[in-house]
Write a protein that binds this ligand. Structure first.
Ligand code: G6P
Length: 609
């Protein structure tokens, strides 16, 4: 959840660390801190709030030194405060940053307090730094002390430690939280995400689960889980795209909404011909894996879960394959029956979401036929641990509220649906129709984006509201769920989604003039049913806000604000109708003056359970 950066160089590193933190701020942002070794002392600066506050403090009072670690925090144990911000120190001789959760921290705290350590914070992290110090006190060097300490930790961590006694060195360890080494010339770096280091290098080494590394300015050594020295591949990332640049846009979220035509095109590239999907592009193992699948189990969190819910409609309707979808945090803790020849599908933008990853690891022990990841980060744990991965080509997504990752996930899931459909009676004609619809997608999104100014104007009706309901039917129900999630995430307006037919079984009691009802209304076989549901709302004095196909006859009038949507092939409707809901939440949030890209209490990548 938090972000880690470290550097060992022959130049001053504090600016590099702060720039790295800025790029990691999407992971958590309640406090930030830096520790640098300088002339026999550890200089530490921490601030409550965003990285900018820390940066200002360092401008006023710079920290010199060539070895340092830094951290941006998303609080788990202990409230956001300067004391609880990382780096944590032990006896002013070692400093440590940590991402993850230490489950046995209470017991360790007791044990270390008995040994004379005085705790400055409420964090689980502080137990690690004192534990490492207690090992050093027995005569171990820093590397041996970290190795000995992590044997005593239960939970998940990515951590980095520096010591006054061994100044040209960072020891880092990965167990449950990603870490990467950035390789420089005469200097080296570490981070929880390569994005933090793109300013200083394009060569990266991804640590594997259980790895420990010793990084200094001239090189690095890595040991695996069994404490054997290992060589991990160096990956060069040549992509020059700098995701940390908002360009002409006011917010990353808006930039990312507008990138959707392009990234959808990228996700389709090489995977469809004029009238067919090109299954070979999924990888050599794809055929055998898809041939075997008689059932699909999808597991994901947040927005990615919603894309799984849309896929269920597609998989059962188009491919005739039974499909179950569950949020990862529920799936992993209940007893369930594994259907015969079931394909286990995880969906994740980051590929590091702790619950999704844990669900995959569990599934692998339970007899699922194979595992498929739909993911946006090629080097992520989820991709590496799955039998097959289909990458979404959304590019880095910085806005905490997911937009382009969602629509590219839907595209990838539709490709998988067609591939499975082929094996269960989908005709070549039907496939050609769907492929044509996929080809039309980027343009259809472009034309939906032209509604932006109208949606912005109409969103003013929302800005003074505290609650709202989102309605959809069929595959538009998960689209409504995603719309409601977007609105609550960034505008803090309470929003709930309902299948429109369920309205009269309770939520209708909430309807009055202060409760706007948003509906997504493509002109499909469910439109008449949906219109009846909207009548039920109008009859109770509710104010309707409907994104409706131009041919539905739903037009603005008393109690109804409509935005007319282009007519598109029914299979891509869920993707198209997502876009105006993204724009609606964006404009409402801007009107309310909230922090659109970094909404309160949230984090982009949730690597704790
Ligand atoms: C966090 C993010 C959401 C995201 C969810 C799942 O809650 O704020 O935007 O949908 O994690 O993340 P994943 O990376 O697995 O898609």
């Amino acid at each position: 959840m938090c972000g880690i950066v470290g550097a060992v160089a022959k130049r001053e590193v504090s600016d590099i660390l702060v720039e790295g933190l800025r790029r990691l701020e999407y992971r958590g942002y309640d406090s930030a801190g830096v520790a640098v070794l300088n002339n026999g002392q550890i200089g530490v600066t921490k601030r409550l709030g965003k990285v900018e506050v820390l940066s200002q403090a360092l401008t006023e009072s710079p920290l010199g030194g060539g070895t340092g670690i830094a951290h941006t925090r998303w609080a788990t144990h202990g409230k956001p405060s300067e004391e609880n911000a990382h780096p944590h120190l032990s006896k002013n001789r070692i400093a440590l940053v940590h991402n993850g959760i230490i489950e046995n921290h209470e017991q360790l705290r007791e044990q270390l307090t008995d040994a004379g350590y005085v705790f400055q914070s409420q964090t689980d992290t502080e137990t690690i730094v004192h534990l490492v110090d207690s090992k050093i006190a027995t005569g171990l060097d820093l590397l041996a002390a970290v190795k000995a300490s992590i044997n005593e930790l239960d939970g998940a961590f990515g951590l980095a430690v520096i010591s006054l006694a061994e100044p040209d060195k960072i020891i880092c360890a990965r167990s449950g939280s990603p870490l990467v080494i950035g390789v420089g010339i005469g200097e080296n770096f570490i981070a929880s995400d390569q994005l933090a280091l793109r300013q200083v290098t394009d060569r990266f080494i991804y640590l594997e689960e259980g790895d420990i590394a010793c990084v200094n300015s001239n090189g690095y050594l890595i040991w695996d889980e069994a404490d054997e020295p290992v060589i991990r591949a160096t990956v060069s990332i040549s992509d020059k795209l700098d995701a940390a640049d908002k360009g002409e846009y006011r917010h990353y979220m808006l930039k990312e909404i507008y990138e959707q035509p392009k990234v959808i095109k990228n996700t389709l590239q090489g995977r469809i011909s004029k009238d067919k999907i090109l299954e070979q592009a999924f990888g050599t193992e794809a055929k055998a894996i898809l041939d075997r699948a008689e059932h699909v189990q999808i597991v994901a969190c947040g927005t990615s879960y919603h894309s799984g819910l849309v896929a269920r409609y597609w998989l059962e309707e188009i491919a005739g394959v039974p499909c179950s979808v569950e949020v990862a945090s529920e799936f992993r803790y209940r007893k369930f029956v594994v259907p015969k020849n079931s394909l286990f599908v995880t969906i994740s933008q980051s590929g590091e979401t702790a619950d999704t990853l844990a669900a995959l690891r569990l599934a692998k022990t339970l007899g699922y036929a194979s595992s498929l990841a739909i993911c946006n980060v090629a080097q992520s744990s989820l991709v590496r641990e799955s039998d097959l991965a289909i990458m979404t080509e959304a590019g880095p997504e910085i806005g905490v509220a997911s937009t382009k990752a969602f629509t590219t996930q839907l595209v990838a899931l539709l490709l998988v649906t067609i591939a499975l459909g082929r094996r269960h009676g989908l005709t070549a004609e039907a496939e050609a129709e769907m492929v044509a619809a996929l080809h039309s997608l980027p343009e259809a999104i472009e034309s939906t984006l032209t509604l932006d100014a109208e949606i912005k104007r109409k969103s003013e009706h929302f800005a003074d509201k505290n609650h709202s309901l989102f309605l959809g039917r069929g595959a538009q129900y998960p689209v409504a769920m995603e719309g409601a999630l977007k609105l609550k995430e960034i505008s803090y307006i309470h929003a709930e989604a309902y299948p429109a037919g369920e309205l009269k079984h309770g939520p209708l009691a909430l309807v009055d003039a202060d409760m706007p009802i948003v509906a997504v209304a493509p002109n499909n076989e469910l439109i008449e049913k949906l219109k009846s549901n909207l009548e039920e709302v109008a009859a109770r004095g509710g104010e309707l806000f409907v994104f409706a196909d131009v041919n539905t006859g739903l037009s603005s009038g008393p109690g109804l604000i409509s935005v007319h949507m282009p007519t598109v092939a029914s299979v891509i409707e869920p993707i198209i109708y997502t876009v105006p809901l993204q724009l609606l939440s964006y404009h409402v949030a801007v009107l309310k003056g909230t922090d659109v890209d970094q909404p309160r209490n949230l984090a982009k990548s949730v690597t704790v359970e």
